[in-house]
Design a protein around this ligand. Sequence first.
Ligand code: NAD
Length: 362
Amino acid sequence: MNHDFTFGGHKSSAHIEAKTPRLGRIFSDMEAERAVIVCDRNTAPLAGEIAGGGAEIFALPDGEAAKNWQSVETVLRAVAGAGLGKDGLFVAVGGGVVSDICGFAASVYKRGAALAIVSTTLLGMADAALGGKTGFDLFDIKNFAGTFYPARHIYMPLDALRTLPPREWRSGLAEIIKTTVLDGSLYENETRKRLLALSPALSVAPDDACIDGAAALVGMAVRVKGDIVQKDPLETGDERALLNLGHTFGHALESAAGLGSLSHGEAVAWGMARAAELGVKLGITPQARAETIHDVLTELGYETRAPHPALADQEAFMWALADAKKKKAAGLRFVGPCGNGARVITPGLDGLKLAGEIAGLS
Ligand SMILES: NC(=O)c1ccc[n+]([C@@H]2O[C@H](COP(=O)([O-])OP(=O)(O)OC[C@H]3O[C@@H](n4cnc5c(N)ncnc54)[C@H](O)[C@@H]3O)[C@@H](O)[C@H]2O)c1
């Protein structure tokens, strides 16, 4: 199924399909004749199948630890070495780490080269590959540097999900749950059933029903995210910030636990539970909504307790929150679930203290 969007004047099409595309198809969609493929060591075999010998492939180490300046430099050096011209194409084959790094490299290569993404994780399909945010971690802070640079075509091949480990399914599902809070569908029985039907993929391996279920949920997430980003492509208003539900707490947790030790989705799930609690405290989130969010997350096996067991370094957590606060003139911002959606909350002067309490810090 195709979903077409325009982000700040740039067309971006997401293709949710059964099979992984081959390079010829990507060339035809992108109107390109030369490409380099950027992948990580786990997606390198898939990148080889896609390329079929028709493009140079550069494999990065895998995981969040590789989302750094060094990887950007490696990619830029390799692509320059391969002699890719301004009309050349960058193809990212991987999850959010590869698409964020490759997207950033494409955005600065000769002041902007064409970009396509073959997204191979549930998190990438449901969130990271769409919407144009690129970037990398710097100074131990998540996504410290980055650009807005939407890929023209984003392929979401469901067959790639068959090899995805349970922990990565869990990570991606957290972002899908976030989307269901944003469009209010989490509060419908049918949606909760669909989410719970993915349980086998979270513990053993995905069966055909999980792949079919994922297709429907990815479609929903792409529609919700795409519509939001179309309204606020550069996050200048509050609209796009809604996608950060669970991320203020989640990013601080990821930084404090040591980047890469928790998956992005695990941290976001914990952050959503905290955001719901904060919302209740500030009178924005109805108690029953917070309970539903908490129950679904717990039922699917996410850590929702405060403090998080991985939160050994309380100072680092507060430092990361303080850094988030510095980025906005209005101070620390959270996204709180409300009746049937979510809204941005700025708790004011006491925001940091309150967030520390909600995170269970002494
Ligand atoms: N740009 C955005 O808008 C946006 C949004 C959300 C998240 N993100 C970023 O995305 C990153 C997380 O993405 P992710 O969860 O995809 O992580 P990831 O890219 O690190 O992939 C997770 C792991 O799965 C492996 N993998 C990938 N595809 C596979 C497959 N088909 N089969 C088996 N293994 C496979 C990878 O090698 C890696 O080890 C974070 O850095 C986060 O900040 C970006």
